[in-house]
Design a protein around this ligand. Structure first.
Ligand SMILES: C[S@@+](CC[C@H](N)C(=O)[O-])C[C@H]1O[C@@H](n2cnc3c(N)ncnc32)[C@H](O)[C@@H]1O
Length: 433
């Protein structure tokens, strides 16, 4: 029976002393994980022992997640509660969890590749022997699942549990090796232990979400949820349905889409799902299918003649801590407007006649407002920039930022009677033919 999962207050969880002694202080290796938890929360439940007589649960697996959650002020965490017969059994469990943690998913699957090469011929021999033996026994033909046995053996040898989980892992790995971009982005998360095999497998099966059964909304309000099947966690990741709708309405299958500020690669993964070709760049690439390029020096020549340029710049002053003060997020406002104008004009040069630009911009409502201002209307400045570059405006689509705030931010805004900014717009414009 599966261990129960409960949501526990963070104060009731304590780092395991043994884990600290064996694996060191988790504080020293939190940067990546913290960025991801800030965006997506803690995806995988911690494993904890039942409460002791002080009311505390010792963490068996998840010291790093707990340390990050404390830093980010998260108050509750999902925990799988595991009871142990005695202290040695608890310690062994902790070591086993950590032993598994120390091998990345891709390392395990490479081990499995080697084992497949050894185990599959053995399984084939066993199948042939089995067939010979049962030749005259119709009742026993097909009765023994020898392939299943090979999967079971390999799963055990690499420490991955049973054959079902191994088969899920295998299909993810096969898709990775076949060059499937979404499987490759899942692999990054699997290797960082920010996604479970089962979740990655489910994501892979959702690959057709924007192809065969895609039913686009006919309205110009695009309020969608994030979906981890597309892109890898990134401070500015957007719901993939925003990209999917843009591609549906403003490109054709086979068209070339360019994303010069690709972040976690949402555009790349949606393009793969919808049969569009994608060229992606970023000043700080997060994955191997994004090339390093600073859009302030224009858009690479190889993108010339493309059909759509999707622009999701770091919003002025928002997330400046995540992107760094030297990026456009940290510029004075006049510099930000100049940046918009330069990018719009580079996009105009690069697009094929009749091609589209899609520019996603949020209102600035919180920080660094000019004296007396309640907000800055970035869509207004974006509109001016694209018209100045020579584009013909087509549509302003409302893409509210649902769920972009942590519960503590919502609580604080309620206490202070303050509105939280969710207004975000996608401006679509066409290059004249
Ligand atoms: C809002 S995020 C894009 C998020 C992306 N749409 C996603 O869904 O993951 C903006 C990105 O612009 C990148 N960026 C900032 N300044 C840049 C520059 N000068 N040239 C290229 N990329 C830049 C940042 O590194 C960041 O990844």
């Amino acid at each position: 029976m599966a261990a129960p999962i409960e949501i526990l207050p963070i104060e009731s969880l304590e780092l395991s002393a043994l884990s600290l002694a064996v694996y060191g202080d988790p504080e020293s290796e939190l940067a990546d994980l913290e960025a991801s938890i800030r965006v997506d929360g803690v995806l995988v439940p911690l494993v904890v022992a039942p409460r002791d007589d002080r009311g505390l649960s010792e963490v068996i697996s998840g010291n790093r997640r707990l340390a990050c959650a404390r830093r980010l002020g998260i108050s509750n965490l999902a925990c799988e509660i595991k009871a142990f017969a005695d202290e040695p059994e608890k310690q062994r469990a902790m070591l086993v969890y950590n032993r598994q943690r120390r091998k990345r998913f891709s390392q395990l699957m490479r081990e499995a590749d080697l084992l497949e090469a050894v185990e599959q011929p053995k399984a084939a021999e066993r199948r042939a022997a089995n067939l010979r033996q049962n030749q005259n026994r119709p009742d026993r033909r097909n009765s023994d699942n020898r392939q299943g046995r090979a999967d079971e053996t390999i799963a055990q040898l690499i420490g991955l549990g049973g054959k079902d989980l191994y088969r899920q892992a295998r299909s993810i790995w096969k898709a990775v090796l076949a060059g499937d971009t979404r499987a490759q982005s899942s692999l990054i998360l699997l290797d960082r232990e920010e996604k479970t095999i089962h979740a990655a497998y489910k994501d892979l099966r959702r690959r057709d979400r924007f192809s065969a059964n895609f039913k686009p909304t006919p309205y110009d309000v695009w309020s969608f949820r994030h979906d981890r099947a597309f892109g890898i966690p990134h401070p500015g990741a957007i719901p993939p349905a925003i990209v999917a709708h843009t591609l549906y309405y403003y490109t054709n299958p086979g068209g070339i889409v360019v994303d010069p500020m690709a972040g976690g690669g949402t555009t790349i993964d949606v393009c793969a799902s919808m049969g569009r070709r994608c060229l992606a760049y970023d000043i700080e690439p997060s994955r191997s299918d994004i090339k390093k390029h600073d859009v302030r020096s224009g858009i690479p020549v190889e993108a010339s003649g493309c059909d759509l340029i999707f622009l999701d710049p770091p919003y002025h002053t928002m997330l400046v801590d995540a992107y760094g003060p030297e990026t456009v997020a940290g510029m004075p406002f006049s510099g930000w407007v100049e940046f918009l104008e330069a990018v719009a004009s580079a996009a105009f040069e690069t697009l094929a006649p009749g091609g589209h630009i899609a520019l996603l911009l949020a209102n600035q409502t919180e920080k660094d407002l000019p004296r007396g201002f309640g907000y800055l209307d970035h869509a207004f400045y974006g509109y001016q920039a694209i018209v100045k570059a020579g584009f013909l405006p087509q549509r302003r689509i409302s893409c509210p930022m649902s769920g972009a705030f942590l519960p503590q931010h919502v609580r604080k805004a309620r206490e202070e009677g303050r509105l939280l900014g969710q207004v975000r717009d996608l401006l679509i414009a066409r290059k004249p033919t």
